[in-house]
Unconditional design. Structure first.
Ligand SMILES: [Zn+2]
Length: 116
């Protein structure tokens, strides 16, 4: 930079900044306000979503049916506790309980027959 340009005042710029933020005083920009590790509100200028470049915010989650299904499949490990598996176990346990009751009745009847 030569001496002449350094001494000349800068021309006033017009238009939006390259990062699409409005021109003007940086210090007047809305602040992020996210909780920092010091438990103080973040002082960085906020983006359109209200958070700064560091605190983009939590994911809002899948929106489409395919996306929700994909997440569900990603969380599934063995399927032991799915609604279907639980219902099947309940059905067979009830069946076994019923068989045990019937067989114990038959055993009692046979013992009574032997005594007589
Ligand atoms: Zn922030």
């Amino acid at each position: 930079m030569n001496k002449e340009s350094a001494s000349k005042p800068r021309e006033k710029r017009r238009g939006w900044l390259k990062n699409n933020n409005p021109p003007g005083d940086f210090m007047n920009a809305p602040r992020c306000g996210a909780k920092t590790r010091k438990s103080t509100p973040c002082q960085c200028p906020a983006m359109k979503n209200g958070r700064c470049k560091l605190h983009g915010g939590k994911s809002t989650g899948p929106k489409t049916v395919e996306g929700i299904d994909r997440i569900r499949q990603a969380h599934l490990k063995h399927g032991k506790y799915t609604k279907e598996a639980k219902a099947e176990r309940r059905y067979f346990n009830n069946l076994m309980r019923e068989y045990k009751r019937i067989f114990s009745q038959i055993d009692q009847e046979q013992e009574e027959d032997i005594r007589i």
